[in-house]
Design a protein around this ligand. Structure first.
Ligand SMILES: *Cc1c(COP(=O)(O)O)cnc(C)c1O
Length: 231
């Protein structure tokens, strides 16, 4: 299915205005916020259209859909793996998607490091934190972050460059704000610890329903699916 280009451009324009307004409210520069187009709802053709329309970052959340799409258009744009990653599928993602937003456990870190070593590559990771504490959410518990960083500190082929979180589904987006603020605080805390493999620059937070609040709280990557590409 191909997207209506006119509709896509309208959506991008309206999203752009909302991003700029949020940046202004927060006294942030527009360049600090990058859009990841989450393309799980659409096929590879639509990804080509997004790239043609000037989208740089593509996000896929499932290996079985994301890898074939990458095989078609991976030579364009920058690809992010944003969904839960099973350890036995990590090998399909490393070497294709340079950024993985869902590092949430030691066994996955070990596997990513092993695969990175085999390809002689560094795997750029976002540590996914379960800030909201919802049991249904993936993500490392904040209580375990220090131990996790100690246990991964000798892994030469992973670098933790960012943090990622999913806010709970709430009626009032203001209710997501403490979760985003919490992630920002973890960035500062982790950077104070100064682990050589974990210098956090990026915050991957905010989706279609809450990206403005996320920007106000310091998001550098917002992950936009439905607001951008929902057919
Ligand atoms: C689907 C998805 C998104 C985008 O969700 P929308 O609400 O459609 O914008 C962002 N992040 C992850 C991990 C997703 O799976």
């Amino acid at each position: 299915m191909s997207m209506d280009m006119e509709l896509l451009k309208q959506r991008m324009q309206s999203i752009e205005e909302r991003i700029q307004a949020a940046c202004e409210r927060a006294n942030r520069k527009r360049e600090e916020v990058k859009i990841i187009a989450v393309t799980k709802y659409v096929d590879a053709e639509a990804i080509r259209e997004l790239l043609d329309a000037g989208i740089e970052h593509i996000g896929e959340n499932r290996v079985q859909d994301g890898v074939p799409k990458y095989e078609q258009y991976g030579d364009r744009g920058t690809w992010h793996f944003i969904g839960h990653l099973q350890t036995n599928k990590a090998k399909e993602v490393v070497g294709r998607f340079p950024y993985i937003h869902s590092l949430d456990r030691l066994s996955l870190a070990e596997e990513l490091n092993k695969r990175g070593e085999a390809l002689n590559q560094v795997v750029f990771c976002f540590l996914q934190l379960n800030i909201s504490g919802e049991e249904t959410k993936f993500g490392l518990s904040p209580n375990d972050v220090l131990a996790f960083l100690r246990e991964t500190s000798n892994m030469r082929h992973i670098k933790i460059i960012g943090l990622m979180t999913m806010a709970p589904v709430v009626e009032n987006t203001e209710d997501a704000r403490p979760v985003f603020r919490g992630l920002y605080e973890w960035k500062d805390r982790i950077n104070e610890w100064a682990f050589p493999h974990a210098h956090v620059e990026e915050l991957s937070m905010g989706m279609s329903s809450d990206f403005e609040v996320a920007i106000e709280e310091g998001a550098t990557y917002i992950r936009l699916g439905s607001v951008l590409v929902k057919p």
